[in-house]
Design a protein around this ligand. Structure first.
Ligand code: MG
Length: 660
């Protein structure tokens, strides 16, 4: 009886599972299976309309960021795998007619893509020409009555340059009077194609690894084997890992559209598996690039430089500093996503957990080939406010955090104020590493600060009697005065987590593993200026030998005025903050010392020193800021960094102000 009940329950459960409604993502795939290609899905223009602008307002300028159009792919390995495996099966007469058909399609893809890694396809050019045409006909006033100048810049990647050419050539053909400047170069690529961030990528991989493992283990492998092979058992000699082979099939199917290959290659796979591969693919894009719960607070600041450029360009046009109808920027998918998130656009920029994103985030809508963001600017007269609307892939969209004037029209000043406050100004330095639950100044504490995504991690260094630089806070350890002891004896001492005291060399090896976390080195005062000089020289030499002699990756702090002066002289490009708290910024500035890092009560007593330092181009840090009120006070004073034992609390408080 019990068994019957169990079976009935299981049957009911499976029916219940089967009856689960599709998530928005699955629904989206059912509407058009080609969307399973996600970021290699060709551009889909969906019908749209324009909400009338408030009375009297006319468009006069467009800022456009567009990803390159459809391109060939890399990964000849994937296509070769599918083609080669099926070819071998064919020789043994093991292919069904479906298998034969897949072999033909995979062979075509292999031939088309082999040697064409990452090149724009003819379809990609057409996508951009069509975008230009629709923009021109949709906003004729911008190009006919406004300025005739258009500025287009591209990342240095050839597919972006060719996309730019396709777009602007069509624009020019529609309005021959336009004066279009084209340009490309590293200085544009720097902000157009924001680089990968390894800390974020590591966090994403760690978060998704168990999910991927589970997904691969849960795949239906029987269905596709029966679809492709007359004798699935015999075919296994060619396919030792059917799940991995299916993923290769998915990767091959993903790129067919870009070359106008007819037919949906996803049809060879069970739909449920396509859904799983698709999810596995797009979640890393969401977690790496968007405002996810996991990484959003680390990602958003990295999207700022591109947004800042677009804002500055628009302001130059609005103020009349330059005469221009449009700024056209041609780049890539990840920065396009980042930009949409930075402007807080509806849907794409939502802060979601991994599960929520898997169900609701619509990747092929947010970042297909030629994905684009257009900001259209409207004015009435020069006395009226400037209004803007945002078009995501040519459709009007909203910024949920802002109140529009009407429909999708926002005050430009409101958008700018929102962006200015989008990320905290103040950055977090983990004091002696992120040691909570670990040991101060340990390698583990540095690694934890790196993994947490702290802007910086601080450590303290001393010179031993035999001239080795070691990392420890106090001048003595285990009864040994570090300066008067040999390194061997100092190194024999252990920290509370069992690690031996590190040499600076060992510490730099760990620092070198993460480009995104600045190592803030505190050089402790020594018994004589001569010894301090040796310490500085040895630190600088160690940085050079570790290829870390880079102001982007290293900062110096010291209570020793002499050490700060010495660093100012020998390493003037580096952040160099004086710690004692007893000297006004202007005095230090006159000596070439470019920063202050004072105990936080000093800034309660001298709040004016923050502005004084900033006006002189100096950086301002405070130690050791652990309490809620003090963190908030330093944040509100506009400090560049706070050094804290509480990075998690600091991050929460710093971000709260941006999301009020
Ligand atoms: Mg220190």
């Amino acid at each position: 009886m019990k068994r019957l009940f169990l079976l009935a329950s299981l049957a009911f459960l499976s029916l219940s599972v089967a009856a689960q409604p599709d998530t928005p993502v699955v629904q989206f795939l059912r509407e058009n299976p080609a969307r399973a290609a996600f970021n290699t899905h060709s551009y889909e223009f969906l019908p749209t309309h324009d909400t009338p602008a408030p009375a009297g307002y006319k468009p006069f300028y467009i800022s456009h960021y567009g990803r390159h159009g459809s391109r060939s792919d890399w990964g000849g390995g994937q296509y070769a795998t599918v083609r080669d495996v099926l070819s071998r099966a064919k020789e043994k007469n093991l292919l069904t007619s479906e298998g034969e058909s897949l072999l033909r399609e995979a062979s075509v893809i292999y031939e088309l893509y082999n040697g064409m890694d990452g090149r724009l396809t003819p379809r990609g050019v057409r996508e951009h020409a069509a975008l230009a045409e629709r923009m021109y006909h949709r906003f004729p006033a911008v190009f006919k009555r406004g300025s005739k100048r258009v500025r287009a810049v591209s990342s240095t990647v050839p597919r972006c340059i060719v996309s730019m050419n396709g777009f602007t050539a069509r624009l020019q053909s529609l309005q021959p009077d336009l004066d279009i400047d084209l340009d490309t170069g590293e200085k544009f690529t720097e902000y157009i194609a924001t680089g990968a961030n390894r800390t974020i990528e590591r966090r994403t991989s760690a978060a998704l690894a168990p999910r991927r493992q589970q997904m691969m283990a849960s795949l239906d492998t029987d269905t596709f084997m029966k679809t492709l092979f007359t004798d699935p058992e015999a075919a296994k000699q060619f396919i030792p890992n059917p799940s991995a082979f299916q993923y290769a099939m998915y990767a091959t199917a993903k790129v067919g559209e870009a070359f106008d290959i007819e037919g949906d290659m996803f049809r060879y796979l069970p739909f449920e598996n396509v859904v799983k591969f698709h999810e596995d693919n797009f979640l890393s894009a969401y977690l790496n690039q968007c405002n996810s719960e996991l990484n959003g607070e680390l990602r958003l600041p990295l999207n700022k430089p591109l947004a800042d450029v677009l804002i500055r360009q628009a302001d130059d046009v609005i103020s009349g500093k330059v005469q221009r109808a449009a700024d056209l920027t041609f780049g890539h998918d990840w920065p396009a996503l980042g930009l949409m998130c930075y402007f807080g656009l509806e849907g794409v920029s939502e802060k979601l957990s991994v599960d929520e994103a898997a169900a609701n985030w619509l990747p092929s809508w947010y970042c297909p080939f030629a994905t684009n963001l257009q900001i259209v600017f409207y004015r009435f007269t020069k006395y009226h406010e400037i209004l803007v609307k945002f078009l995501m892939n040519e459709r009007e969209t909203a910024i949920p955090a802002l109140k529009p004037v009407s429909g999708p029209y926002y005050r430009w000043e409101d958008v700018k104020a929102y962006c200015a406050n989008r990320v905290p100004h103040t950055r977090i330095v983990a004091h002696r590493g992120y040691w909570n639950g670990n040991a101060q100044n340990s390698i583990a504490s540095l690694k934890k600060a790196q993994d947490f995504g702290c802007w910086g991690s601080e450590c303290d260094v001393h010179l031993t009697a035999d001239g080795v630089v070691v990392v420890n806070h106090d001048g003595a350890i285990g009864g040994l005065d570090i300066q008067k002891s040999n390194s061997e004896d100092v190194r024999a001492q252990t920290l509370v987590n069992g690690e031996p005291v590190s040499t600076l060399d060992e510490y730099l090896t760990q620092a070198g593993k993460n480009r995104d976390c600045v190592l803030v080195i505190e050089l402790k005062p020594h018994y004589s200026e001569e010894r301090e000089d040796i310490l500085v020289d040895k630190c600088l030499a160690a940085l050079k030998s570790h290829r870390l002699y880079d102001p982007e990756r290293i900062a110096f702090i010291s209570f020793s005025h002499h050490i700060c002066r010495k660093i100012a002289k020998l390493a003037p490009g580096f952040t160099n903050q004086y710690l004692e708290g007893d000297i006004a910024p202007a005095v230090l500035h006159a000596e070439g010392i470019n920063g202050i890092d004072y105990e936080y009560p000093v800034f309660y007593a001298h709040p004016e020193w923050v502005k004084e330092a900033h006006d002189l181009g100096m950086s301002v840090n405070a130690w050791t800021v652990n309490g809620k009120e003090d963190i908030e006070k330093m944040r509100d004073l506009g400090l560049d960094q706070i050094t804290t034992n509480e990075p998690a609390l600091a991050r929460k408080l710093l971000w709260e102000v941006c999301n009020q």
